[in-house]
Design a protein around this ligand. Structure first.
Ligand code: MG
Ligand code: MG
Length: 257
């Protein structure tokens, strides 16, 4: 499958999809406090997405051999890495970190962004984990320029994480994004031992970069609900994601207000 390049007009629509996702994050950030349930966050997100004429990209997302994703956002707390399912029985507690992943489809175009939030006061390790993960996202974004290769993004993310003593998740990756949430190419958050440097980046490529970073092992397992991915050792994980477009200058982040 080739990498689909987007025209300026298409990126205008992706910018709208991204802005809706950013509005959801803006609203949910204000709701983060002890006692709030992840189901309440989901309801708010769904309302905002639909109020802007978009639909939630994750709701009903198919999973081979499993149930479709049952909610409009993913909420992944502490040792949960990604794809946590919002629940009326799961409320935030002081010291938690929660990754909220939001996707919208606006006039057929997708925006995708995740952010990790601290609930009340978190410990020093949690703060360092969040800083390392967000820092690695920005390091990756800085490489998203014409003339670079895909692996330059992966390498920047991995280097940033390793320098801080944490581990990058390997089984889940960033991705191309456009009319579909997951398009070519896969954007690894590490450089594999074998393989080349990947394609050269071109104007009109659009990626969702999303490092998932663990305190301990990079290994993961999936819970019995078929979706929730957790760290194999039960230690915490953080996740930051933006959708961006490669331009003839600085990369343009699309999931912003
Ligand atoms: Mg996402
Ligand atoms: Mg994504």
């Amino acid at each position: 499958m080739p990498i689909v390049l987007k025209s300026k007009a298409e990126i205008v629509l992706m910018r709208e999809a991204g802005r809706i996702v950013a509005r959801v994050h803006e609203a949910l950030r204000e709701m983060i406090r002890p006692g709030v349930t992840t189901a309440e966050l989901n309801v708010k997100a769904d309302q905002i997405i639909r109020a802007h004429g978009a639909i939630p990209a994750f709701l009903g997302y198919p999973h081979t051999g499993k149930n479709d994703f049952p909610a409009s956002i993913c909420t992944s707390i502490n040792e949960e890495i990604v794809h946590g399912i919002p629940s009326r029985k799961r409320w935030l507690e002081p010291g938690d970190i929660i990754s909220i992943d939001v996707g919208s489809v606006y006039r057929g175009w997708v925006g995708d962004s995740a952010w990790t939030y601290a609930v009340d006061v978190i410990d020093d390790e949690g703060r360092r984990l969040m800083e390392a993960t967000e820092g690695s996202l920005w390091a990756g974004i800085r490489q998203a320029r014409v003339g670079k290769r895909l692996a330059d993004i992966s390498e920047a993310i991995e280097t940033c994480v390793k320098q801080r003593g944490f581990a990058v998740v390997r089984e889940y990756t960033g991705h191309g994004v456009g009319r579909k949430m997951h398009e070519e190419p896969q954007v690894l958050n590490y450089v594999p031992d074998k393989g080349g440097r990947g394609p050269r980046l071109q104007v009109g490529m659009t990626f969702a970069l999303e490092p998932m970073v663990n305190v301990g092992t990079w290994r993961t397992r999936t819970l019995a609900d078929g979706w929730t991915v957790v760290t194999a050792d039960g230690k915490r994980s953080a996740h930051f994601e933006h959708t961006l477009a490669v331009t003839d200058g600085e990369p343009e982040i699309l999931t912003v207000l």
